[in-house]
Design a protein around this ligand. Structure first.
Ligand SMILES: NCc1[nH]cc(CCC(=O)O)c1CC(=O)O
Length: 313
């Protein structure tokens, strides 16, 4: 029998997507543990306040999470809900991701466009701030003009008009969670645009010392999904490149087998290194080992060179 504290405070960014995801976690926990109270507290982050600057100008790594982690460490909140994709692979010493609660569609989409990707006119202008998306889109069609854009999902959709774009590339997850499915022109196949590691997954971060909370979260976890996500995470972590590098990873469990595909791309799309591995051993240790193995393979096949060239830019 777990002895439970009466109430926990969940911290989140204040974007619409973050709030939606937070609500989802709250509802899941509340259903499982009706006697416990979960309260939501909004926290503004540097990533939200300085959304018009480039990632590089505000030291991009973890901009959406730093302030939330400080609140967690200070005990102002007990849980933090994040898009797992936005979390750095190295967390502060005293914090951990205790559970992956949910995962929406992990594909990238072309949004707000009049035609599908293959049918867009020569030289079409597509908005994305992601090096991973840019690299893969250019590998598929080198004539495209990739326009760097930032901001939350609603802002990026507005930029189609204001920046005269033919469309934007976004995560399906964000649009679906916000009820903006009608903006989706095409779900991009993973052959063309392999998603980011952990895309669409919602992670809950806590203080390592919160052992009761950890038990609660483990009970609410989506276990098969979590294995997929941790395999992708292990790949990304072993690449030691941060979450804004042109790296992609997707793990899928099917017929008792986990298959992990990952890629590293040159920014101009001139080269994509892509490999696939799988295992029947569906436990956390084995799938993480698989992720690390795939990272070493991709680094050896030219991925290391690609990442090194990024640092010189
Ligand atoms: N980097 C911003 C970000 N962080 C999480 C999402 C969407 C939800 C997700 O991918 O989990 C997005 C927007 C996007 O990539 O289109």
């Amino acid at each position: 029998m777990i002895k439970l504290k009466k109430n926990y405070i969940i911290g989140t960014r204040s974007s619409n997507l973050a709030l939606k995801q937070c609500q989802l976690v709250k509802e899941k926990l509340q259903n499982k543990f009706p006697e416990v109270e979960f309260e939501i507290k909004e926290i503004s982050t540097a990533g939200d306040r300085e959304r018009d600057k480039k990632f590089s100008e505000i030291n991009g790594e973890g901009i959406f999470v730093r302030e939330i982690e400080l609140a967690l460490l200070a005990g102002e909140i007990d849980l933090a809900v994040h898009s797992f994709k936005d979390l750095p692979t190295e967390l502060p010493e005293d914090l951990e991701v205790a559970a992956v609660i949910d995962r929406a569609n992990r594909h990238d989409v072309l949004a707000g466009a009049e035609k599908k990707l293959a049918e867009l006119p020569e030289g079409a202008r597509l908005g994305t701030g992601s090096l991973r998306r840019k690299s893969q889109l250019l590998a598929y069609r080198s004539d495209l003009e990739i326009v760097p854009i930032r901001g939350n999902i609603e802002t990026r959709l507005k930029k189609i008009k204001t920046q005269n774009l033919d469309g934007v590339i976004l995560a399906a997850a964000g649009l679906e969670r916000l009820g903006l499915q009608d903006q989706i022109t095409e779900y991009l196949s993973t052959e063309i645009c392999l998603p980011a590691a952990r895309q669409g997954a919602v992670a809950v971060e806590i203080r390592k010392e919160s052992t009761e909370l950890k038990k609660i979260l483990k009970e609410a976890e989506a276990q098969t999904t979590a294995l997929e996500v941790w395999a992708e995470h292990a790949f990304l972590k072993e690449m030691k490149a941060g979450c804004h590098a042109p790296l992609a990873a997707e793990a899928v469990i099917e017929d008792q087998k986990l298959t992990l595909t990952a890629a590293a791309g040159e920014l101009d799309g001139s080269r994509i290194i892509r490999r696939k591995v799988s295992t029947n051993d569906l436990n956390l240790n084995s799938v993480q080992k698989l992720g690390r193995k795939l990272a070493r393979e991709i680094k050896a096949a030219g991925g290391a060179e690609i990442l090194a060239s990024l640092q010189n830019n």
